[in-house]
Design a protein around this ligand. Sequence first.
Ligand code: HEM
Length: 120
Amino acid sequence: MGNICPETYPDPFNFNPDRFIKDGKINPEVTNPEAVFGFGRRICPGEYIAVDTLYVLISSVLAVFDVSVPKDANGNPDIKPSFSIGLICHPDPPKCSITPRSDRHKELVQNLLNSDPTNE
Ligand code: HEM
């Protein structure tokens, strides 16, 4: 359970992806949270396909949509993630707004939806 200790990740329940970045690059001094895939002889063999699939999924979404967070009264991002409690703990669905980046992107997505025969 070392990876959720504040000694490893200061302020671990604060959503702060910047904790992994230093001078615009991945900071090798911060532990990689790869333990989610297990370790040793039974380590998850799907780790690379899982990470690469997530990369393709996230970059495809960001290529055509703006994903924005709710703002507080001062116009600052208002992100307070909450988590389920139990043996397996996962983030609750976040509040966010997902809109096409432009009319061109909207048209691209609409054309893809229209050309999908399963989307009648
Ligand atoms: C984000 C996605 C995934 C996570 C977080 C994850 C996590 C894990 C974890 C924690 C284990 C147990 C490791 C251990 O016992 O030490 C495991 C086992 C396993 N995972 Fe994944 N996994 C993911 C995706 C996948 C994918 C995409 C595949 C296949 C394409 C896969 C196939 C397997 C298999 C076959 C095992 C059993 C390995 C064994 O017991 O020898 N996983 N995974």
